[in-house]
Ligand binder design. Structure first.
Ligand code: OAD
Length: 235
C-alpha cells in the first residue's frame, strides 16, 4: 500500500522541540513577523539568524522519538512517504527513506544570490559574514511567510495517490500545507493522530479515524496494525 504521513510540529514535541501554537508554543516568545519573513531578514538579519541558530541547536540536541521510529518501521511492508512541515531532521535520523520537507531544512543553508545554492550546513551557527562562493550572505534553508513553497507541487501527486493517509501532530493552520489533506482520494482511511480534537482544519473526503493521543504513544500500535492489515483500515 502507498502510505503518506503528513507530519507537523506535534510529532517532534516528545523529542523536546516546542510546537508553534498552543501553550509553550515557539511563537509565544517571538512575533512571527519578527523572525520568519523576508521583511524581517531585510531589516534585522541578525535577529533572524539568532532565532534560527537557537532552533538549529535545539534540533541538534534532540533525538527521534518512538513516533518517528514507528513511521520508519512501516517501510518493511509499505511504500511510505513522509511529507513534513517540520524543519528538523528527526524523520531522517529515524531512518525514514522518503522525506519531503515542505518548509525547508534547518540543517541546510542557502545562498542569497540570484541562483541560490543549498548546502549541508550541520549544527553550527550561521552568522552575518558567512558567505557563499560568489559572496552572498547565507541564510537558513527554510520557507518564510510570504515565500513560495517549492516542494508543494511534488507533494500533490504523492497525496493524491495515497491508499492511506496519516495526519500527525499538525494544526493544519498554515496554507498551502493545510490544503493537501483535501487532495486525498475519497473514502481512503485517514489516521489523524493529535491529542487536540479540534477538527477545524481537517477537511477531507477520506474516512477519518481520530487517535487523540501523543504521537510517540499512539504510532507504534497504529504501525503494528498497518503492518498486519490487508485493507489499511484500523479495525
Ligand atoms: P502547530 O504548532 O500549529 O500544531 C501542532 C499540533 O500538534 C497541534 O494540533 C497539537 O495539538 C499537536 N500536538 C502537540 N503535542 C503533540 C504530540 N505529542 N503528538 C501529536 N500531536 C501533538 O504546528 P504545525 O501544524 O506543524 O511554518 O505548524 C505548521 C507551520 O506553522 C510550521 O511548519 C511553521 C509554523 O508557522 C513555517 O515556519 C513556515
Amino acid at each position: 500500500m502507498k502510505i503518506v504521513a503528513l507530519t507537523g510540529a506535534g510529532i517532534s514535541a516528545e523529542s523536546g522541540i516546542a510546537t508553534f501554537r498552543g501553550a509553550g508554543g515557539l511563537w509565544e516568545g517571538h512575533r512571527v513577523e519578527d523572525v520568519a519573513t523576508p521583511e524581517a531578514w531585510e531589516y534585522d538579519p541578525e535577529t533572524v539568524l539568532e532565532f534560527y541558530n537557537s532552533r538549529r541547536k535545539a534540533v541538534a540536541e534532540a533525538f527521534p522519538n518512538a513516533g518517528h521510529i514507528a513511521l520508519a518501521r512501516l517501510e518493511a511492508k509499505h511504500e511510505v512517504t513522509v511529507i513534513t512541515q517540520n524543519i528538523d531532521d528527526l524523520h531522517e535520523r529515524a531512518e525514514s527513506s522518503h522525506v519531503l520537507h515542505l518548509h525547508g531544512e534547518i540543517m541546510k543553508a542557502r545562498s542569497t544570490c540570484d541562483f541560490p545554492r543549498v548546502m549541508n550546513w550541520g549544527a553550527r551557527d550561521i552568522v552575518l559574514g558567512d558567505l557563499c562562493e560568489s559572496g552572498s550572505q547565507l541564510r537558513p534553508h527554510v520557507v518564510w511567510f510570504g515565500e513560495e513553497v517549492p516542494e508543494y507541487m511534488r507533494a500533490v501527486p504523492i497525496i493524491a495517490q495515497a491508499d492511506v493517509l496519516m495526519v500527525i501532530g499538525t494544526s493544519l493552520q498554515v496554507y498551502p500545507a493545510s490544503g493537501l489533506v483535501e487532495l486525498a482520494r475519497p473514502g481512503i482511511p485517514i489516521y489523524w493522530v493529535d491529542p487536540d480534537s479540534d477538527m477545524a482544519g481537517l477537511s477531507t473526503a477520506g474516512e477519518v479515524f481520530h487517535f487523540p493521543e501523543p504521537a510517540a504513544g499512539a504510532l507504534p500500535g497504529i504501525v503494528d496494525r498497518l503492518l498486519e492489515s490487508q485493507t489499511g483500515r484500523p479495525e
